[in-house]
Design a protein around this ligand. Structure first.
Ligand code: SAM
Length: 282
């Protein structure tokens, strides 16, 4: 395996393997109850109230959604008035997103197939809002490289927003444990070599048949994420931490609002999700 200048392994084989996983997952997700595409077709907005409030009005603004999957969060922003562009490395996801945009009447919505790292060479525009959410950073080998791409696409005076699982929630064993059983297993800070996991169906349908066998992931500490954004030229306006995760982890229990939280048997709380709002100086 070739070595880039900073001594990290070449990420390309890992990225290619992950892309194969996401291509198959997209086909599974299109018909899954988890994504409930029929509800979305009938006019739903799949964004969470807190992120809509933290980002503020997007009416008439250009918005780039990084790692947009098959576009239903992207098109939700379009339903709130943004002029949207979605980007993702999965050709299957981009094809489905483009088809949905046509079917649901968003002729101005644009979907671009590219890895995060290649996007500045693929897409010329700059945007009022750059957005990413829920399950994105763990697929990226180098948080500083990601932050430079983010900052590249924010117009001067524009803003960047991300909401994502908290790196602290990622350190615990999340399978085969009881609610409240906090067993440290995974790294907190970024590591050059990926962690490799066997693929078992998809998070939306663990019983789904798959031909891809492995996925690769990386961790990034909260300080690394924030510092990377600052070093890329953005100014942090808020960093909020939340006591819930948007999806199931075995050490959590489901709350009435559909989020996953520590059970009441655990004394105290931990940050399990976060959001960052940043701006680029005008
Ligand atoms: C969990 S989805 C995030 C979207 C949204 N939370 C959702 O559930 O629809 C993660 C997305 O990241 C994309 N992805 C993973 N690695 C990528 C990379 N290196 N460059 C671009 N996209 C990538 C995948 O194709 C997938 O669509």
């Amino acid at each position: 395996m070739s070595e880039p200048p900073d001594g990290r392994p070449d990420p390309e084989p890992y990225i290619a393997a992950n892309r194969a996983v996401w291509d198959e997952w997209t086909a599974i997700h299109e018909t899954s109850a988890f994504y409930d595409l029929d509800a979305f077709r009938q006019g739903g907005v799949r964004l969470r109230p807190y992120e809509i409030e933290e980002i503020g009005p997007v009416e008439g603004q250009t918005l780039l959604h990084l790692q947009c999957h098959f576009g239903i969060d992207t098109l939700s922003w379009a339903r709130l008035g943004a002029r949207v562009t979605g980007a993702d490395f999965s050709p299957v996801a981009i094809e489905l997103a483009s088809r949905l945009a046509r079917e649901l009447g968003f002729p101005d919505a644009r979907f671009v197939r590219s890895t995060i790292d290649d996007l500045p060479g693929t897409l010329e525009d700059r945007f009022d809002v750059v957005y990413a959410s829920r399950g994105v950073l763990g697929w990226l080998p180098d948080i500083r490289s990601w932050a430079r791409v983010v900052a590249h696409f924010v117009k001067p005076g524009g803003r960047f927003y991300i909401t994502e699982i908290h790196p602290l929630a990622n350190v615990f064993e999340d399978e085969g444990v009881e609610p409240g059983e906090l067993r440290m297993r995974y790294p907190y800070w970024e590591h050059p070599e990926p962690l490799t996991f066997a693929v078992q169906g998809s998070y939306a349908d663990p019983t789904a048949a798959m031909t891809a066998t492995v996925e690769h992931g990386w961790d990034h500490g909260l300080g690394e994420i924030v510092t990377a954004l600052i070093e890329a030229g953005l100014e942090i306006r808020s960093l909020r931490e939340y006591p819930f995760v948007a999806w199931k982890l075995d050490f959590l229990t489901e709350a009435d609002d559909g989020t996953w939280r520590l059970p009441s048997t655990v004394a105290g709380e931990l940050p399990l999700f976060f959001s960052i709002l940043a701006t680029k100086p005008a």
